[in-house]
Design a protein around this ligand. Structure first.
Ligand code: HEC
Length: 120
């Protein structure tokens, strides 16, 4: 009984748009899901890379021994500063060396992570 109902539904004219909507809907769901997963990955990578930075820079946002705080900065500003160290436009040999090892993706991930730190 159930099987024959299924057969008729699958072969009715109405089934095509329904199937179409289903695929569009699930495709959209997948696309949105992967965007937020990518953002989460980005911060996780940022946190991983940040362990090097936080041997000097404080996660609490305090400055210690001449090392400036780098938490809570707007992402774009953080990215611009690290890129200028990497390009050796900003003068500090230590930060030039550290930034010189970072890719654009890694700098963006660090920016995303540090932007969130030190907020209450
Ligand atoms: C060995 C210690 C040390 C480490 C490790 C380190 N930094 Fe720095 N960082 C400094 C010092 C010192 C300065 C100040 C340099 C200057 O006077 O220009 C600085 C400056 C900065 C600035 C600019 C701050 C400002 O107010 O202008 C940013 C952004 C920054 N570091 C990010 C990072 C990131 C991201 C990492 C990890 C990938 C990192 N630093 C690792 C010591 C360190």
């Amino acid at each position: 009984m159930g099987a024959s109902v299924d057969w008729r539904r699958r072969n009715s004219r109405a089934s095509k748009p329904v199937t179409f909507m289903y695929y569009v809907g699930s495709g959209l769901g997948l696309a949105l899901g992967s965007v937020s997963a990518a953002q989460a990955d980005n911060k996780a990578l940022g946190q991983f890379l940040a362990s090097e930075c936080t041997t000097c820079h404080q996660l609490s946002g305090e400055s210690t021994g001449g090392i400036p705080p780098i938490t809570g900065w707007p992402k774009n500003q953080f990215i611009a500063v690290l890129r200028s160290y990497r390009a050796k436009e900003r003068d500090n040999e230590l930060m030039q060396t550290i930034a010189g090892r970072l890719s654009d993706d890694e700098i963006a991930a660090l920016a995303a992570f540090f932007e969130d730190q030190g907020k209450k």
